[in-house]
Design a protein around this ligand. Structure first.
Ligand SMILES: [Fe+2]
Length: 499
């Protein structure tokens, strides 16, 4: 199979100079299936599974100013088996995608506009935004689940064909946040949501059988903006951080994000199936954490690794046009200044210890997800470009021996959040590959690269050239072929038993 154009979605966006609709963020409107692509190097035979990445890819001219977090969700996949690879990309057919296709224009105003500019009621915590399903992606119960950071539906797609199954039925009415977590050891999915209405947060667990097992309210002091969560084998870790919508302005339906440096960060640790009363709250230094890496139990302590932001609400971006200076600042990791950080929560004493683990600015990290919830030695982070929501390389940390390595993607080449793909028969935690999509502005093309995770500085093992240059994007994940097949067999047997 060579590249086959499956569909073209018509855009209504006029040529413009928006910083996040041009260059490496130029949206795509062609949907492809491709195999037999040009490969520089050789695709290893010991990799089996699918790399899945979400992308904010706007279709229609925005109502007012466009913010890249609102772009319509587009999933890109590269599946690997037997030394071969196949690429696919599709827009997520969300309810909003379908509604806007019917009318041929945007129906929802974005993050930077007044909510009353939206032509229809929106979704999630904000209430007036479009659920674009463009933030995060994970594979659970054999299917992709794409999500939106301000809460919305969870959309299901087949990881190999990108066949679309629509909105997931167990998602509660006020939606789920981005960053539900998969515990690969049990197949369970842990999730949370948040809203402007008391109790302001909920937490839930979905089984490997894709049935909702647990769903409880979590009381917060007011509307909050959590983005991520973490888990250990026995606990889930939620957060109440001092970055949230100004409560006074919120009464006027104005969503202004503020940092309250006099309010401590709070982390809530709850047994996986615990009731609302069983959550234990720990205080820590004020910050905002966009993403966590992993958590694990160590005696009386729960250990949590993530990225601690020094400036959660940054100064305006000098040099940008006035209408975008705030947006540009929030998208610049060099302004937010996130660094690798470790929190230790003592479950017996209630005390928190915390420390910075390294100086470089890093975010959008991953681990070998087989170690999710247990002690991991290695983590892999994306190196942010100065001034832009783009990544210029990857860094690997050995958290036990306090060593690190890095690899640049090269000038004018921008990668996506890496995912770790274990090698078949892997003997150690870093025995596998790091996968990323690259948008190469030199060659005007995109590629999927594999790096040997045990030696990232050696450079790519292979570069698979995509049929088109793709927009830079957001979160990515790796789904093991064996897990997808096991989930499918389970569902098949389950359905046959039912019939
Ligand atoms: Fe995220």
């Amino acid at each position: 199979m060579s590249a086959k154009l499956i569909n073209h979605v018509q855009s209504t966006i006029a040529p413009n100079d928006h910083p996040y609709m041009n260059a490496a963020w130029t949206p795509n409107y062609d949907e492809y299936d491709a195999g037999d692509m040009q490969v520089i190097g050789e695709i290893p035979k010991d990799i089996d599974g699918v790399y899945v990445r979400n992308t904010e890819n706007p279709i229609h001219e925005a109502i007012g100013r466009y913010h890249p977090f609102e772009g319509d969700g587009m999933i890109h996949t590269m599946s690997f088996a037997d030394g071969k690879a196949e690429y696919r990309n599709r827009f997520v057919r969300t309810k909003a995608f379908v509604a806007e296709q019917e009318v041929g224009h945007s129906l929802w105003a974005g993050l930077m506009e007044r909510p009353d500019k939206s032509l229809r009621q929106g979704w999630g915590a904000h209430g007036s935004l479009k659920d674009a399903s463009s933030t995060d992606v994970i594979v659970h119960a054999g299917q992709i689940l794409s999500t939106f950071y301000q809460c919305g539906d969870g959309y299901r797609l087949d990881p190999y064909t990108l066949e679309q199954y629509g909105a997931e039925s167990w998602v509660p009415l006020d939606g789920i946040s981005a960053h539900p977590k998969l515990d690969e050891s049990t197949g369970e999915l842990l999730f949370f949501n948040y809203s402007k209405n008391a109790p302001y947060m909920h937490y839930g667990v979905v089984g490997a059988d894709n049935k909702l097992k647990h769903f409880i309210p979590i009381d917060l002091p007011g509307p909050r903006l959590p983005h991520d969560m973490a888990f250990t084998r026995n606990y889930s870790i939620l957060n109440d951080l001092p970055v949230f919508w100004d409560p006074e302005l919120l009464k006027q339906n104005i969503h202004a994000t503020r940092f309250y440096p006099d309010i401590p960060s709070r982390f809530g640790i709850i047994p996986r199936f615990g009731g609302s009363d069983s959550i234990k709250w720990f205080e820590a230094d004020p910050t905002y954490v966009l993403h966590f890496l992993n958590a694990w139990e160590d005696g009386d302590e729960v250990v949590l690794d993530g990225y601690f932001q020094e400036h959660p609400v940054p100064a305006k971006y000098a040099g940008a046009s006035p209408e975008f200076e705030r947006m540009m600042a929030f998208l610049d990791q060099h302004k937010l200044k996130p660094r690798l950080h470790r929190w230790r929560f003592n479950m017996k004493t209630g005390q928190t210890r915390e420390q910075s683990l390294d100086d470089p600015l890093l975010e959008f990290g991953t681990i070998n997800q087989r170690f999710g919830g247990v002690r991991n030695r290695y983590c892999y982070s994306a190196i942010p470009a100065e001034g832009w929501f783009l990544f210029t390389g990857l860094a690997k940390h050995d958290l036990e021996q306090d060593r690190s390595w890095s690899v640049p993607f090269g000038a004018h080449r921008f990668g996506s959040e890496p995912a770790f793909a274990p090698r078949a028969g892997a003997q150690s935690e870093d025995d596998g590959y790091l996968v990323s999509f690259i948008t190469d502005m030199n060659e005007n093309r995109s590629e999927c690269i594999l790096l040997d995770a045990s030696d990232i500085e050696a450079g790519p093992v292979c570069q698979i050239i995509l049929p088109h240059r793709i927009s830079s994007g957001t979160h990515a994940t790796w789904a093991h072929g064996e897990d997808i097949r096991a989930a499918r067999n389970h569902n098949l047997n389950h359905n046959q038993a039912r019939n």
